[in-house]
Design a protein around this ligand. Sequence first.
Ligand SMILES: *[C@@H]1O[C@H](CO)[C@@H](O)[C@H](O)[C@H]1NC(C)=O
Ligand SMILES: *[C@@H]1O[C@H](CO)[C@@H](O)[C@H](O)[C@H]1NC(C)=O
Length: 307
Amino acid sequence: MSVDLSKAIGYQLQDQPVAWTKKDLLLYAVGIGAKKDDLPFVYELDKSFAAFPTFPVVLNLKGQSTDVTDFNKLVQDSEPVPGLPKFDPRRIVHGSQSIESLKPLPTESGGDWKLKRRIIGIHENKSGVIVEVETLLVDGNGVPYSRMVSATFNVGGKATGQKFSRVIAVAPSPQAVPNERTPDHVVTEATSEEQAIIYRLSGDFNPLHIDPRPGQKAGFGGAILHGLSTFGFAARAVLKAVGNNDPTALLAFGARFTSPVKPGDSLETSTWRMSESVDGVIEVAFLTKNLTSGKVSMIGDEVMRPS
Ligand SMILES: *[C@@H]1O[C@H](CO)[C@@H](O)[C@H](O)[C@H]1NC(C)=O
Ligand SMILES: *[C@@H]1O[C@H](CO)[C@@H](O)[C@H](O)[C@H]1NC(C)=O
């Protein structure tokens, strides 16, 4: 297959069938650190029981499976995209992720839900190739419930050797963190030593998050926490601090991953209110640090309308 990045832009991948039950919502909630007082997310009989709004990000790897999956096989068998070179699966890094909530998610899927995915951006630079994928979660009638954009950085990937950069659609663009201002809220929370072995049960069975050996080889000194678990910790922190912990308040949430987190690290999420519109839509910039080392692990933005 010949390499032609412009051919890959706009390419529609095969639809991916997905399914979830209430148990999947409970499992995801504890994977992102929900506690015993977060009843709407951890107790199915709570009168406000709902999916934590970032839940759909797990569906890409979960699919319809209710069992464990073989991560390496999934990567090996992933659909080839015309125009893209073959990348080294061991050197794929999750660069950023966003999710926009378009409609409240039912607590179980039933019916034939699917992910519709297309390539919306490609950038090549000296260190590799960045591929941006837009994913729409749609129900059996094709009605979209969430829109997600994820960017993967294929370290060491080579295509044209030129600086190539094209996008046909974008994620909501985050505002820069106003470093000169003290944050409006600071939330500190410890991840547990077992965080990754819980989070993986939501569908990301990459050995990097449980077997210390691949992480040692990659220079992380052992297993690292799933970036999307840290993503969920930050979403919980911001929703609690600014959105009254109301699952329907979150309109959009996005983050860039800047350095790994280890299970057991304490996270400090600082939030800055950036703007508030007349109809109560608040935009917040945030930054999540490994509290012990002070290293920034994630930078992002959340848009919400608290009730
Ligand atoms: C290439 O892009 C990646 C991901 O955005 C970035 O981390 C890296 O520093 C870039 N490298 C160069 C040489 O610009
Ligand atoms: C977080 O900080 C602590 C203390 O410096 C360190 O032991 C730990 O490895 C850090 N985590 C990462 C992923 O760097």
